[in-house]
Design a protein around this ligand. Sequence first.
Ligand SMILES: *[C@@H]1O[C@H](CO)[C@@H](O)[C@H](O)[C@H]1NC(C)=O
Ligand SMILES: *[C@@H]1O[C@H](CO)[C@@H](O)[C@H](O)[C@H]1NC(C)=O
Ligand SMILES: *[C@@H]1O[C@H](CO)[C@@H](O)[C@H](O)[C@H]1NC(C)=O
Ligand SMILES: *[C@@H]1O[C@H](CO)[C@@H](O)[C@H](O)[C@H]1NC(C)=O
Length: 512
Amino acid sequence: MCRLGSYRPGPLWLWKALLVFVAIAFAGQLMGLIFNKSVQLATHSLFSAPESQGPSLGSCRPHSHVMFLKTHKTASSTVLNMLYRFGEERSLHFALPMGYQLGYPLPFIAHRVKGYQGPRVVEFHIMGNHMRFHKPEVEKVMPEDTFYFSIVRDPVALAESSFAYYKEVAPAFRKAKSLGDFADNPRSYYDPRLRNNHYARNLLWFDFGMDHNANFSVGLAHRGEAMVHKAFKLILVSEYFDQSMVLLRHALCWPLDSVVSFSLNARQQKPPGSTGGGASNSWMDKAAAAAVAAAAGVGVRGGRPLIRAPPDLSLTPAQREKLREWNSLDWHLYQAFNRSFWEEVRRFGQERMDQEVALLRARRDTLAHVCLRNGGKPVEAQRIRDKAIRPFQSGVVKILGYELQPGLDNITTEACLRLIRPEIQYKDVLDAKQFPRSQSIKVQLGQQLRGPPIAVGGSYVGARPSRTRERLPPGGEGGAPRGGRTMEEVERDWSARLNQTSLLREGKGRLR
Ligand SMILES: *[C@@H]1O[C@H](CO)[C@@H](O)[C@H](O)[C@H]1NC(C)=O
Ligand SMILES: *[C@@H]1O[C@H](CO)[C@@H](O)[C@H](O)[C@H]1NC(C)=O
Ligand SMILES: *[C@@H]1O[C@H](CO)[C@@H](O)[C@H](O)[C@H]1NC(C)=O
Ligand SMILES: *[C@@H]1O[C@H](CO)[C@@H](O)[C@H](O)[C@H]1NC(C)=O
């Protein structure tokens, strides 16, 4: 008591000083907070601005269990880039293949997934590499609440792309002088028993895991359609890529930036020695370019003769009709899912769709201007110093890529890099993150794909050595016959991206 009573506060000046000190500290902290925030805003501004979120999605919860059936020649690589980005940004677990595809063209089995340890033992979030769909096996890997989606494309456009691309891989195409030639009498070129001929007939039907050689009947077509309907929540349409992205974003409850993408892998037209294709275009159809590359023997170890002209893809209206008939199962599937796609758009609201498509395109332009050198004008691969973003060069045709805008801060650089990181490199990056120790197995890509090696430079190369090595898939799976397999796989991946803008502008059925 006595002691308490004798307790005397210090002099008043001390209290005042303390108060002032506290006030200053508080203000300082507040200012620091604001300051920090403004610094953060400055570095995050591009990717954290309200525009990155897009129009409100309501009160949904983002899907993080997603399975994408990556069909061939349908812009599916662009979709895969989105899944890669979304998952990487959130450290989700990918169901990755051992190589670059999940056992394609064999029907998928769960053991193809790297790190698979039995039915739903490990939680996988995202699965999206090429496979021939087989639901029971996919279900062993992916959780029950997984969102399944895929993408389809007009079978005539798909045949053009496939012919150009797999000309040297599918025996049915190899023998045909031109696509028109093939269309006129497909049966004379097509032997269902030969490996890789699935690229030449009902390729969508095949990728969905069904018998692509079955004779068409209305009943069969409806059964196939019903199977796809049952297995997949959403089927996108390549010809309406941006609308597809809007529907996808709402179905998945993802921010706008997650579905914004650049058109990768444009090809320069008129490669040296080629006869050139469609006159006035300055960029060549990617598929034709790939075929030229393949024909030129790039990576085809068997030493096939060098053919320098791109395959003739021109078709008369009658030949287009014949191709629809030849691919009648796919044609039915495409029409059915084009119809259901537009029903979905109507439910969404056409006006709302138009607005969101406009926002998506505006956002793409914004990101292109911030992220890409020259506002996104594609450049020749040799001029891209950073190997992590350089598309593979392939002999005759110059495959174009993008360069990052120099001088960006690190966070923006990282975000921009994800948008343009090619599929093969991206898979390697994710693989390295998920399986830190298994990197050494990878084979160096080296001279096989390119001519003279291109000097490594660029500011990011040194900083991220693990991401900058170009690698050849180790093989062991893939669509092509033994010798050309790896190249075919790599080539496909490089070229499977479409120019969404041109797809949209030129409408159905035409890519070139
Ligand atoms: C499809 O029809 C053709 C001719 O009508 C026939 O030769 C062929 O065996 C049929 N194929 C199948 C898988 O039923
Ligand atoms: C796809 O649907 C759109 C909108 O209904 C239609 O204009 C277009 O002709 C359809 N395409 C095919 C190939 O059916
Ligand atoms: C940005 O990244 C570079 C290379 O990775 C590094 O040297 C630099 O310190 C980083 N700067 C900041 C501000 O983090
Ligand atoms: C995409 O297509 C549009 C329209 O055809 C064209 O103007 C543009 O240059 C193309 N972009 C690339 C990267 O090929």
